[in-house]
Design a protein around this ligand. Structure first.
Ligand SMILES: [Fe+2]
Length: 316
């Protein structure tokens, strides 16, 4: 097992050296090349959801869940279909139900176990309008799952993928003097695998988006793929979009409510996908990405046909 892992990592590093550190491409809804699956890959699933964030990540035999969404059945059906009942780690961006409820219920009903549960919120975090932290921590204690608080700048490894945490806590002073909401205090996760990268922005608001871009943009938030902050309910801060400059944005909000975000992506030449069409699978070999989506309700096909018609009209 160890030999296979070391060999996998070495081959992966060698492939990247040969690739010369070139920026890769994001291939959307296209056939994967022959032999793709035999490579050392980071695989990320953005699960079907409506106004929820639910991601499962796999790399070199290690698995993690990032948030997990609200509806436990979507998560547990996915885990069962992939024969997963245990993950190496769970990261929770913030203790709102649309980010932690499914994981809570999967653990409660015995369908999921984990080595560790990470959150940027302190264990005894208590907000008058939020009850999900207390009950989550209580359940983790009952199940003997360690709760670990994480901090801005912390780094973790999932197989060969590196996870960096950014976080603005309740003490953060906003330039406009506004108060920090739980959404603003979401953990932000920047994941790199070879030369490939993806940024998960959870539910951070516009001011925090701008602060993130200004503080860390130069250091390198630049990513091939990003998630639209707060499910894409609004257009994102322009400075953040410029700093990340993604080729694809994943939007986890209901289609009818994310028009401003879609429009912003189209105006900036960024492809987008909504999780309400079905599960999205993103795979990278450390250079290129192949992104494919299941068409749960036939809406993806409808949209693709609309695009074809639009493109034909443009050509005329
Ligand atoms: Fe949310």
């Amino acid at each position: 097992m160890f030999g296979r892992k070391v060999c996998g990592i070495l081959c992966f590093v060698l492939a990247l050296v040969l690739a010369g550190g070139a920026m890769g491409d994001v291939y959307i809804d296209q056939e994967k090349p022959e032999g793709w699956e035999d490579q050392y890959l980071l695989r990320i699933y953005a699960l079907y959801s409506l106004d929820c964030d639910a991601y499962v990540l796999e790399c070199d035999g290690e698995t993690m869940i990032l948030d997990g969404g609200k509806n436990a059945s979507y998560l547990t059906e996915f885990l069962a279909a992939h024969d997963i009942s245990h993950v190496d780690m769970i990261f929770n961006s913030h203790p709102h139900d649309d980010h932690v409820d499914a994981v809570y219920n999967a653990i409660r009903t015995g369908k999921l176990t984990t080595d560790v549960f990470y959150s940027p919120f302190r264990e005894n975090y208590d907000d008058a309008v939020d009850t999900f932290q207390k009950r989550t921590v209580k359940l983790l204690n009952e199940k003997g799952i360690p709760y670990r608080q994480i901090f801005s700048g912390d780094e973790f490894q999932l197989g060969g993928a590196r996870i960096k945490v950014y976080h603005y806590d309740g003490q953060t002073k906003k330039p406009n003097g506004g108060s920090m909401m739980i959404n603003d205090m979401s953990g932000i996760f920047w994941i790199r695998f070879g030369n490939a990268s993806i940024l998960f922005t959870a539910d951070i608001g516009g001011t925090i988006q701008q602060m993130l871009a200004q503080e860390y943009g130069k250091e390198g938030l630049k990513s091939d793929i990003m998630t639209a902050p707060h499910h894409g309910k609004n257009a994102m801060n322009g400075e953040l979009l410029a700093a990340v400059s993604p080729k694809l944005t994943i939007i986890t909000g209901k289609v009818a409510r994310v028009g401003a975000c879609q429009k912003q992506m189209e105006q900036n030449g960024v492809a987008w996908k909504v999780t309400s069409w079905g599960n999205i699978t993103m795979e990278t070999d450390g250079k290129d990405w192949y992104v494919n989506q299941e068409d749960k309700f036939g809406e993806l096909k409808k949209w693709q046909k609309q695009q074809e018609r639009k493109n034909k009209k443009k050509k005329k």
